[in-house]
Design a protein around this ligand. Structure first.
Ligand SMILES: Cc1cc2nc3c(=O)[nH]c(=O)nc-3n(C[C@H](O)[C@H](O)[C@H](O)COP(=O)(O)O)c2cc1C
Length: 181
């Protein structure tokens, strides 16, 4: 099973792309539908707790899904030149895994989607890629940036499928990249 995580606050462009990438055996979760509280900063997770964290919320399901998954594929909209707050919150809640190496060797893939063109967002996508690479160093997961997509102008398009004439081809290319890496 591969785990697909929609890091958006809604089920639109990122969700569409992930749905088109995933196979029937895979699981797709939308963070906007989950109850995920902020990290308390208590660092009790260093103690290797049962269920990983003192907070009992939907992160328990996500911890288990992540551990079970062969690969984890995350899609995030670009929000203010970064990933979304809800996705960053999930990453903060991975502190137990950071402390105990639970994600060591796990393949994690990232797709970003912004309203601005691929070219306009090139540097931003590269800074997000660097951010993930930096956390992969101490969490020891294997990180691959898949693609920086555009959804087009929010007023006129806001539909990633319509932003690309060759949308199906792009999905196939991303699928191949995820399969072969
Ligand atoms: C709060 C907010 C901030 C945004 N900031 C950016 C940005 O900095 N750069 C960009 O290209 N798009 C930005 N966007 C547009 C979204 O990235 C874009 O609409 C994306 O396709 C949304 O993905 P979704 O449909 O999966 O939610 C922003 C949207 C919102 C709501």
């Amino acid at each position: 099973m591969d785990l697909y995580i929609n890091g958006s606050n809604r089920n639109k462009n990122c969700y569409t792309v992930l749905k088109d990438l995933k196979e029937e055996k895979d699981k797709l979760i939308a963070l906007s539908e989950k109850n995920i509280q902020y990290c308390l900063g208590c660092c009790r997770c260093i103690d290797n707790l049962e269920n990983y964290c003192v907070i009992k919320d939907d992160m328990q399901e996500i911890y288990n899904d992540m551990l079970e998954a062969d690969k984890i594929i995350i899609a995030s909209p670009v929000y203010m030149n970064h990933i979304t707050g809800i996705l960053k919150n999930v990453i903060d809640r991975l502190n137990p895994f950071a402390n105990h190496g639970n994600l060591k060797g796990k393949k994690i893939f990232l797709i970003t989607i912004g309203q601005m063109s691929e070219e306009e967002n090139e540097e931003i996508a590269s800074s997000i890629e660097k951010y993930f690479e930096s956390i992969s160093e101490f969490m020891e997961f294997k990180f691959h940036f898949v693609k920086n997509l555009t959804s087009g102008d929010i007023e006129e398009v806001d539909n990633v499928k319509m932003a690309y004439e060759n949308y199906d081809e792009i999905i196939e290319e991303m699928k191949n990249r995820i399969e072969t890496l």
